[in-house]
Design a protein around this ligand. Structure first.
Ligand code: SF4
Length: 99
C-alpha cells in the first residue's frame, strides 16, 4: 500500500486515495485500534481498489495485502499495541523471522 501511495499517478481515485487510506488502516491495525473493524475496512478497501482502479498499480496492490490477511491472520493480532511505530513493528517481525 505504501509503495502504491508513493507511485500512484493519481489518475483514478481508488488508487490515489485508497492506497493512502490503506496505509492508515494498516497502521491502525498494527497499533491495535479497533482491529476487527479495521480489518473489515481494509478488506472493503481492497475490493474497491481491485474493482475501481484503471491499471495494475491500483488493481493488484491489494493482492499481497489479501494474501497476508488470508495466510497469516495471526500476524494481524499479535503486533505491538503500545508505543507503536511501523519501523518497530517491521523490525520485530524481522527479528522473529531470524533476519
Ligand atoms: S490505478 Fe493506475 S491509472 Fe489509476 S491512479 Fe493508480 S497508477 Fe494511475
Amino acid at each position: 500500500m505504501e509503495f502504491c501511495a508513493e507511485e500512484s499517478c493519481g489518475k483514478c481515485t481508488p488508487c490515489r486515495i485508497g492506497s493512502v487510506r490503506g496505509v492508515e488502516v494498516i497502521d491502525k491495525i498494527i497499533a491495535g485500534h479497533n482491529r476487527s473493524q479495521n480489518l473489515v475496512v481494509l478488506d472493503d478497501l481492497c475490493d474497491l481498489m481491485t474493482d475501481g482502479s484503471l491499471c495494475a498499480m491500483g488493481g493488484l496492490t491489494p493482492m499481497p495485502v489479501r494474501s497476508a490477511m488470508k495466510h497469516f491472520p495471526e500476524d494481524f493480532q499479535k503486533l505491538p499495541t503500545e508505543n507503536f511505530s511501523i519501523l518497530d513493528a517491521t523490525e520485530s517481525l524481522a527479528t522473529e523471522a531470524g533476519r
